[in-house]
Design a protein around this ligand. Structure first.
Ligand SMILES: Nc1nc2c(ncn2[C@@H]2O[C@H](COP(=O)(O)OP(=O)(O)OP(=O)(O)O)[C@@H](O)[C@H]2O)c(=O)[nH]1
Length: 414
């Protein structure tokens, strides 16, 4: 079920815009035009159904932000919208532990709201580790992070922090103070950098206002960013968002660079990297197979190119599923490749024969047409010449499989 977002606002126009943003973020808007209506809706729902609430500061039955108190008391992460904002109101809103406030003054502000919503949703799966010996500082940082739906972890020493990092692979950001019992925060940072690059785990160093050299030391030692204490809540959260988005963008770029556009399988370049690394790790008992769809041109010619694309995607799903323990890839055109580390030839040949048989049994359906497909496969376990040598050998067997009538597996002599 899609999480819900409670909108408490009596302005039809802004409710319309906010509701469509919520729908675009794949969430479900639930509307209330007053505090009383919101209380009624909420009394009939489970709090965990809601991702957050978007609350107008001034409502007919709650003119001074009382609706904000209600959503916060109901443990709903709250975003405040307002048409006016003097410094006293702003301070009052920020005092209330809200996620953020949005001034309803331009379309760009609604764009920011949309970013905020999708972040709240994504943050649920992101871990942030706070390493600080000062309990008050730790508590403040984790409270702010939890308000934004992050999973938070705390450590009082660098060693403890490294242990947490080892156990929790979803930690993407570490906030570390320098002054820790035992080795310093900078020492911990250099240990983190031996395990993970800046693009994999972001580190923000905490520096004191009086110590200007510390922030530079953090950056030179591999930190992505630094924060000077005492920090404002808005600055803190902007830095967190910026660093998390940096990690996510790199991940997106990496995924795009490593995968085949049509099928989502790893591409040829990525395959070479992974297979070569696996071969180096265990240089014996490796198998490599080339899988080629039979008479694929006929599918394109008979049912059209879109049907050809559909067939490639369907077969790729089967390849990904069957060989998820191994290293599969789309090599280009109608050819797939699988590298199997640590397997005997006869076991690999059995797996490929089962795969070939399973594929011939599938009835492909595309725009009212039904048809069957088959594949020819060449398998080798001869590691001579590295991955390129194995590919040449597998290609020879694939050629034999095509010549011997297709829909078959040819391999090294047993
Ligand atoms: N739809 C679609 N077709 C592709 C794609 N890449 C390559 N092809 C087509 O795949 C076909 C491959 O044809 P051939 O090399 O003659 O091989 P085949 O028809 O499978 O015959 P055999 O391999 O000898 O069994 C060509 O018509 C290419 O245009 C793609 O991404 N999408």
């Amino acid at each position: 079920m899609r999480p819900k977002v409670l909108i408490i606002d009596d302005n039809e126009q802004s409710v319309g815009v906010i509701a469509s943003l919520i729908v675009n973020a794949q969430l479900t808007p639930v509307r209330a035009t007053s505090l009383t209506a919101a209380q009624h809706i909420f009394s009939r729902s489970a709090p965990e159904d809601f991702l957050c609430a978007i609350v107008d500061y001034r409502l007919p039955d709650a003119p001074h932000g009382q609706a904000i108190d209600f959503t916060l008391a109901s443990f709903l992460p709250t975003i405040v919208t307002t048409e006016f904002l003097d410094s006293q109101t702003r301070a009052g809103i920020l005092d209330k532990d809200v996620i953020d406030y949005i001034l309803k003054e331009s379309e760009q502000v609604y764009e920011y709201l949309s970013v905020l919503l999708s972040r709240l949703y994504k943050n649920k799966h992101i871990g942030v580790l706070v390493v600080d010996n000062a309990r008050v500082h730790r508590a403040r940082s984790t409270a702010l992070l939890r308000r934004h739906n992050f999973m938070t972890y705390e450590a009082t020493t660098g060693q403890h922090g490294l242990e947490v990092l080892t156990r929790q692979s979803h930690i993407k950001l570490v906030i570390v103070a320098n002054d820790l019992p035992g080795p310093s925060g900078i020492k911990m940072l250099s240990e983190v950098r031996q395990r993970a690059k800046k693009e994999d785990i972001a580190v923000i160093g905490l520096s004191d206002r009086g110590d200007t050299g510390l922030s530079a030391r953090f950056i030179k030692s591999g930190a992505n960013d630094f924060l000077t204490q005492p920090y404002g809540q808005e600055e803190f959260l902007c830095r967190i968002m910026q660093n998390i988005e940096y990690i996510e963008n790199i991940e997106l770029i990496r995924r795009a660079a490593n995968s085949d556009f049509l099928t989502g399988l790893p591409n040829r370049r990525h395959f070479f990297e992974r297979a070569a690394a696996a071969l180096q790790l265990i240089p014996v008992c490796q198998c490599l197979a080339l899988i080629d769809i039979d008479h694929f041109k006929k599918i394109n010619d008979t049912y059209g190119h879109d049907c050809g694309d559909y067939t490639l995607r369907e077969i790729a799903k089967l390849v990904a599923d069957t060989f998820k323990q191994h290293i599969p890839a789309r090599f280009g055109g109608e050819e797939f490749c699988v590298f199997m580390p640590n397997i005997k030839l006869h076991t690999a040949v059995q797996i490929f024969n089962d795969f070939r048989q399973a594929l011939t049994d599938i009835e492909f359906k595309f725009e009212g047409q039904t048809f069957h497909c088959s594949v020819s496969i060449g398998v080798t376990a001869i590691e001579h010449g590295g991955i390129s040598g194995m590919l040449r050998k597998a290609d020879e067997y694939l050629y034999q499989a095509k010549n011997n009538g297709r829909n078959r597996v040819e391999h090294d002599p047993s």
